[in-house]
Design a protein around this ligand. Structure first.
Ligand code: ADP
Length: 442
């Protein structure tokens, strides 16, 4: 049995139970005062009127008297039998049926059977006849009213409860079908771009769909990261693998001197190191790009952090390039130290790699109105204006042949991803032959 049906049935059952209980309660309370018999009612109402007759300033006080009550019509006559007040049922008056005190009579008129009860109230100065007439088939009794109400109202309330309950539960659970079909299309067809994107519906369902959508998004990112990593890695590893296989082939051939073996092994080691470095970089970049790794941000002093990064960066050969710093003190921001060090070192490495012998590199940090700017300036070969847009792309290199000191074209895309991870961006200004300035703005 579905939740919808269960909920509706439960509430309907409860409504029925409560209604029945209220009905029983009302019946018990009213049991004593309820007069189902018309004759009994007639006598009671006429005598009730008789008790309430009052004489005020020589006149009858009609205010407290009932002319019509629960099916009983009352007419008032004077001592002489002349009608004073009250409606007369057509054709039935004191002449048709003479007044006769305290006697219950039955008569037929207009094709109906009536009951009549008269009483005389003696007020000393004057007297008053009260005549009550009720249709013998009259069902104006309270019990009758209760029964009618019970059998018409109760089913209506029950129907209303069933209908309303079903409608509410049905509309509340309808989004569930959407969630299920989105989950199905992901698991069946592998369509990771499917989203529930619930716009209308109960707030709980909207929250549920939002968290499902977030989960689907992360899933999609993870799969996309894996796909991209596999594609990039297989593409980039093809060359070193070919070189390694060729060297193995070469070494296996006959008449090889120990020198030849050593040279082949050197090439193999070099290519393997290159592959290892590439895989590391690629993995880091893919994880960062697709948000599959969690990097914590910490509020740290960037002014103290950057000089430490620069100190770690020590070029090995003697190209005579001088590294200078211009750091504004006391700048604190939230950043991830490992990632920030990586970005700065990539920029410094490039500045060194593409800088001129005996040149200068300037690492500076400034706080501006827009935020914090970290820049690395060199006076090296610069970048052609038509290449500026491409340098942040994965694997892009202006001239791979020139790249003797390693490098795979991933360094700047890593810098870009790191800047974006910190909510910032990276830009470059360059003049061929004069040098370049890379700026990370956060
Ligand atoms: P890699 O340096 O490993 O080739 P990068 O992504 O770091 O890869 O850089 C991509 C390309 O951008 C480089 O191959 C180079 O042509 C160019 N480039 C990067 N930095 C500089 C620089 N400071 N001066 C001149 N060209 C640069």
């Amino acid at each position: 049995m579905s939740i919808k049906l269960r909920t509706v049935l439960w509430f309907s059952l409860m409504v029925m139970l409560i209604s029945t209980m209220v009905l029983v309660f009302v019946l018990v309370i009213n049991g004593s005062s309820v007069t189902p018999d018309p004759a009994e009612r007639l006598v009671k109402i006429v005598l009730g009127n008789a008790d309430d007759v009052e004489f005020d300033n020589g006149k009858f006080d009609w205010d407290d008297l009932h002319f019509y009550k629960r099916g009983v019509s009352c007419t008032f006559y004077n001592e002489a039998g002349e009608r004073l007040r009250g409606a007369v049922i057509e054709g039935i008056d004191s002449e048709f049926l003479p007044l006769e005190a305290d006697k219950l009579r039955s008569f037929s008129a207009n094709g109906e059977t009536y009951l009549c009860y008269d009483t005389y109230v003696d007020m000393d100065i004057s007297g008053l006849w009260i005549r009550g007439i009720v249709n013998s088939a009259d069902k104006s009794g309270l019990m009758h009213t209760i029964m009618v109400l019970t059998f018409t109202l109760l089913p209506s309330i029950l129907l209303l409860t069933l209908g309303g309950g079903w409608l509410i539960v049905w509309t509340s659970f309808r989004p569930m079908d959407k969630i299920l079909s989105a989950a199905d299309s992901i698991s069946d067809g592998g369509d990771l771009s499917a989203r529930i994107a619930l716009r209308r519906g109960p707030s709980e369902m909207k929250k549920l769909s939002q968290s499902f959508d977030r989960m689907f998004e992360r899933l999609e990112k993870s799969f996309e990261a894996e796909r991209q990593f596999t594609a990039d890695a297989s593409h980039e590893l093809r060359t070193p693998i070919t070189v390694i296989l060729a060297q193995c082939d070469r070494a296996r051939r006959k008449d090889k001197t120990p020198e030849d073996f050593r040279s082949s092994l050197n090439v193999i080691q070099e290519q393997t190191e290159k592959m290892s470095e590439l895989v590391q970089q690629l993995l880091g970049l893919t994880r960062l790009q697709h948000g599959t790794d969690r990097y914590k941000l910490e509020k740290l002093n960037l002014s103290e952090f950057l000089p430490a990064c620069a100190a770690d960066f020590m070029p090995e050969d003697e190209r005579g390039i001088e590294l200078q710093t211009d750091i504004q003190s006391g700048i604190e921001i939230r950043f991830n130290p490992a990632l920030m060090a990586r970005a700065v070192q990539n920029l410094l490495q490039n500045a060194y790699k593409y800088g001129k012998d005996g040149g200068h590199i300037l690492l500076s940090l400034k706080k501006t109105d827009e935020g914090v700017r970290i820049s690395v300036k060199d006076d090296g070969i610069g970048i052609d204006s038509q290449d500026i847009d491409k340098i942040f792309n994965r694997f892009w290199q202006a001239d791979p042949a020139r790249n003797t000191g390693g490098g795979s074209g991933l360094g700047l895309s890593m810098v870009k991803e790191i800047a974006e991870f910190h909510g910032g961006s990276v830009s470059v200004q360059s003049t061929p032959g004069e040098g370049s300035t890379f700026t990370i703005s956060i």
